[in-house]
Design a protein around this ligand. Structure first.
Ligand code: 10G
Ligand code: SF4
Length: 320
C-alpha cells in the first residue's frame, strides 16, 4: 500500500491538438521532408514553444515578417492563424514559394468578411485586438473598413457608418459565453445585423470549453496546458475559474508547476489548448504520480473526427 496521498486526475476530452493545428504542423514537416531545410515560417506556426522548438531542430526558421527572409527558393509557410492579404501579395511580388497553413475554418471567416463587404455591408469583427488571427481577418478588407468589438461595452460605444447595413464575424477561439453576450448586445442594438449561420467560434474551441465546464466544478484545481499567447488556452483557464474552480492555472509544461498551488488538493482536472501536444499532458501526469497515488479518469463530452487535407503541393500521389 502506497504512503502517498491519493489524487484523482480528471482528464478533459476533447483536449489538445485540433484539426487546424495538426494540419499546420504537418505542412511544415512535409515541406522539410520534400524540399529540405530551411523552411521559413512566418509567425509561430501555432502558439506553442515546444512545437516551435521541435520544428526549429528539424530546420524550420521562424520569422515575424517576410522582410526578414533573404532572397530564397526555400518554401515560406504562413501560420495557422491566417495572414492579411498584403502578406501573400508581398510573397508573390518577391516570387516566393509559399504554403498557406491558415486553418480552413479561419479562411472561411475571411471569405464571409469579404462577401459581406462585396454586398456593401459594414463588417464588425468580434475578437481581441492585436491577436494575429484578428490582424489577418481585418487585413482581408481595405484598411479602416472592419470595426473591432472586444466587449459588451464596445457595442454601446460603436458608431457604425450605416446602422441598417451591418454584419458580424468573429475570431475562432473566443469564449463562447462572452461572445454570446456580445452578440446579444449587437442584435439588441442593431436588430437587422446579419449573423453567420451559427457563429464563427470553431468546433475545437467550443468542445474544449464544454469539457472544462464538465470537469472544473468538481475538482479542487485545474491545469490548462498551453502558452500565455494562446488565445484558446487562455479562454480555457478563464472558463475553469468562472465555473468556480478554486485554482485554475495555465502552464506551458511540468517544470512551470508551482507546487504550493496544489497543497491539500485531492482532485485535479487537466486539459490542453488546441496548440499543446499530448506529451506535455503526459509529462504533467508523470510528475504528479511521483508525489501522489494517482487515479486517472477521462471525462469525454464530445467526439472529434474532423481532419483537413494539406495543400495539393504536399500531397503524395497515393493521397490524391
Ligand atoms: O488560440 P490562438 O488563436 O492564440 O492559437 P493557438 O496557436 O494557440 O491554437 C490554435 C489556434 C489557431 C491556429 C487559431 S485559429
Ligand atoms: Fe482551426 Fe479551430 Fe484549430 Fe483554430 S482552433 S486552427 S479555427 S480548428
Amino acid at each position: 500500500m502506497s504512503d502517498l496521498p491519493r489524487l484523482t486526475i480528471k482528464l478533459c476530452a476533447p483536449r489538445g491538438f485540433c484539426a487546424g493545428v495538426d494540419r499546420a504542423i504537418q505542412i511544415v514537416e512535409l515541406a522539410l521532408e520534400r524540399y529540405g531545410p530551411p523552411v521559413y515560417v512566418r509567425h509561430e506556426i501555432v502558439h506553442n514553444r515546444f512545437v516551435v522548438d521541435s520544428l526549429k531542430a528539424k530546420g524550420a526558421v521562424f520569422v515575424e515578417e517576410l522582410s526578414e527572409i533573404p532572397e530564397t527558393d526555400a518554401p515560406v509557410v504562413f501560420s495557422a492563424h491566417g495572414v492579411p492579404k498584403a502578406v501573400p501579395s508581398e510573397a508573390a511580388s518577391r516570387n516566393m514559394f509559399y504554403l498557406d497553413a491558415t486553418c480552413p475554418l479561419v479562411s472561411k471567416v475571411h471569405k464571409e468578411a469579404q462577401l459581406h463587404h462585396k454586398r456593401g455591408r459594414e463588417v464588425v469583427l468580434i475578437g481581441h485586438a492585436g491577436h494575429p488571427e484578428v490582424v489577418g481577418t481585418m487585413g482581408q478588407l481595405p484598411e479602416g473598413t472592419i470595426s473591432l468589438i472586444e466587449t459588451v461595452d464596445d457595442v454601446a460605444r460603436f458608431e457604425p457608418r450605416d446602422a441598417g447595413n451591418l454584419a458580424w464575424v468573429s475570431q475562432t477561439t473566443l469564449s463562447v459565453d462572452d461572445t454570446h453576450a456580445i452578440v446579444e448586445a449587437l442584435t439588441a442594438r442593431f436588430p437587422e445585423i446579419v449573423s453567420p449561420h451559427k457563429d464563427d467560434i470553431c468546433y475545437a474551441t467550443t468542445n474544449r470549453q464544454e469539457a472544462v465546464k464538465a470537469v472544473a466544478p468538481d475538482v479542487d484545481a485545474m491545469i490548462v496546458v498551453g502558452a500565455p499567447n494562446s488565445s484558446n488556452s487562455q479562454r480555457l483557464r478563464e472558463v475553469a475559474e468562472r465555473v468556480g474552480c478554486p485554482v485554475s492555472v495555465l502552464i506551458q509544461r511540468a517544470s512551470d508547476l508551482d507546487w504550493s498551488d496544489f497543497d491539500g488538493v485531492r482532485s485535479l482536472g487537466i486539459t490542453a489548448g488546441a496548440s499543446a501536444p499530448e506529451t506535455l499532458v503526459e509529462e504533467i501526469i508523470a510528475v504528479f504520480a511521483e508525489r501522489y497515488a494517482v487515479t486517472v479518469e477521462t471525462v469525454r463530452t464530445a467526439e472529434e473526427t474532423i481532419a483537413f487535407n494539406v495543400p495539393r503541393e504536399l500531397r503524395t500521389e497515393a493521397a490524391e
